[in-house]
Write a protein that binds this ligand. Structure first.
Ligand code: 13P
Length: 235
């Protein structure tokens, strides 16, 4: 399974380094062979080799150039980063990235062979408009995306479940993942208020290949426990 931590705009470089070494020691100690990804803030990116794969939360589709405030491939390459998160709800809904921009980013990093964790998910008003409307909305987030890309991982993260403590019911997650599995054979993660208290149940659901965790993953201990749950499920 794939257990991913999105640290968002949290932790300093020093704290991130400590975090990664804690997770790394735990995985080694417990012999955990699940795929573990950590996405630190851009200023905390480091070159790292071990069981944990470090990924970028974002980058501009460029090798280098005049894109103030952005980083490109050259800055990722310095740290050997070959994994990137694209389409996260905060990038879509807070920063305002459009599907067109995300497709450009996707194509650029696909061309470079990156592992791409591509996020999709609906806001609350869309969820409340019924299953069909919701699936139609999510389908639009697949537009222009090469769903057969070999290094693709998809993460379904309902916007209303992110950082709110709310989660869809298990039946809902299974139903939505079932629909999304028809769109792509890529591993499919669930994200949105995954905590130590519900991670085991979520990971065990049909059609779930892992989780993408935000707030609860800020505690290395909690994140490690989730990695251990994943291993114990033997999926
Ligand atoms: P929370 O786990 O804080 O709900 O965040 C989920 C998320 O956005 C992971 O990318």
């Amino acid at each position: 399974m794939i257990i991913a931590a999105n640290l968002k705009t949290n932790l300093t470089r020093e704290k991130t380094n400590k975090y990664i070494s804690e997770v790394e020691s735990f995985l080694r100690e417990k012999n955990i062979s699940e795929e573990v990804l950590v996405f630190p803030a851009t200023s905390s990116l480091i070159a790292h080799s071990g069981a944990v794969t470090i990924g970028a939360q974002n980058a501009y589709p460029t090798i280098k150039g005049a894109f103030t405030g952005e980083i490109g491939y050259e800055q990722l390459e310095e740290f050997g980063i070959k994994t990137i998160l694209i389409g996260h709800s905060e990038r879509r809904h807070v920063i305002g990235e459009t599907q067109e921009e995300l497709v450009k980013k996707f194509d650029f990093y696909k061309e470079l062979g990156f592992k791409i964790v591509y996020c999709v998910g609906e806001p609350l008003e869309v969820r409340e408009a019924g299953f069909e409307n919701m699936m139609e909305y999510i389908s639009k987030q697949y537009e222009g995306i090469d769903t057969s890309y070999e290094n693709l991982i998809i993460a379904y993260e309902p916007v209303w479940a992110i950082g709110t403590g709310l989660t869809p019911t298990s039946e809902d997650i299974v139903a939505i993942h079932g629909e999304l599995k028809k769109k792509s054979l890529a591993p499919l993660l669930y994200g949105g208020s995954v905590k130590v208290t519900n991670a085991k149940e979520v990971l065990a659901l049909e059609g779930i290949d892992g989780v993408l965790v935000g707030s609860a993953a800020l505690y290395a201990e909690h994140f490690c426990t989730m990695c251990e749950y994943a291993q114990s499920l033997n999926k």
